[in-house]
Design a protein. Structure first.
Length: 44
């Protein structure tokens, strides 16, 4: 989760990014204690 580039690359193998895509971070963002880091991950 801390490596958003790797996460996006892996997702690109199964998702079609030419179409709208939603990602749910259910139950994981609470484990990121740095608010700025959490915002950066969601922003990516």
């Amino acid at each position: 989760m801390h490596d958003s580039e790797e996460l996006v690359e892996g997702a690109a193998e199964i998702l079609d990014f030419t179409q709208p895509v939603a990602v749910f971070f259910m139950g994981v963002l609470g484990h990121i204690h740095d608010l700025d880091e959490a915002r950066s991950l969601v922003g990516r």
